[in-house]
Write a protein that binds this ligand. Structure first.
Ligand code: C5P
Length: 214
């Protein structure tokens, strides 16, 4: 599977469909978060799947264990490839999410990449997530290598905070696509560097080529 996940952080489902078609050669998984899901719900999932692509449903569940379990069941019924839960929901919530049968991959958000955190804390959360039978974590590209070392190569590391060129925005713990992949990221989540590019398809191609030679 290709490593770039495009975060469809936009309101407009027609624009989302154009992005999926235009970036098709470079991307296999599209991330749908609350911005687009609250606008277009099930329809957007169907559109992505009709285009023969996978959905990463990034709603970052954080609730009591029973509610999260049912949320994972509903996401499974939508046919998504992966989804997120917040690590800080606690061990019981993580185990409850992981207990759903035939479920999508579950990735735990360790610490938001817009927040400062020590590597030790991120690693501790990754190890605990693995113990709770979670499939991987979403974390900063700066901690990817350490997580892989501690949790093993089959534990997914998904990294947002990717900046092909330096910019000043809300993301605090960032790096380039090349370094994220070198550090062991299985998937890199890219939003604004593609969405806000003059030519999103070109921007996706550029990142794709930069990491293809790694
Ligand atoms: O636009 P940008 O490339 O910063 O988009 C990053 C995406 O990754 C956003 O959709 C954001 O919600 C998501 N994300 C993140 N940090 C996390 C988990 C998810 O930035 N820890």
């Amino acid at each position: 599977m290709k490593k770039i996940i495009l975060a469809l952080d936009i309101y407009d489902s027609q624009k989302a469909e154009k992005l999926v078609k235009d970036t098709n050669p470079y991307i296999d998984i599209y991330k749908v978060g609350p911005i687009l899901f609250l606008q277009a719900g099930k329809e957007i999932i169907k559109m992505i799947k009709d285009n023969k692509k996978e959905v990463f449903l990034d709603l970052k569940f954080h609730d009591i264990p029973a509610t999260v379990k049912r949320s994972v069941e509903s996401a499974r019924d939508l046919g998504v490839f992966s989804l997120t839960v917040h690590f800080i929901g606690g061990e019981e919530m993580l185990r409850s999410a992981a207990s759903v049968e035939n479920r999508p991959k579950i990735w735990a958000v360790t610490v938001l990449t817009s927040q400062i955190a020590t590597p030790e804390e991120v690693i501790r959360r990754a190890i605990l997530s693995k113990i709770c039978e979670i499939d991987g974590v979403v974390s900063s590209p700066l901690e990817a290598a350490l997580i892989k070392k501690e949790c093993g190569k089959d534990f997914d590391v998904v990294t947002p905070g990717i900046r092909p060129v330096k910019v000043n925005d809300d993301q605090k713990r960032v790096t380039t696509p090349e370094i994220a992949v070198e550090n062991g990221a299985d998937f890199i989540v890219v939003g604004r560097p593609i969405l806000e590019a003059e030519n999103p398809a070109e921007a996706a191609k550029n990142i794709y080529e930069r990491i293809a030679i790694k």
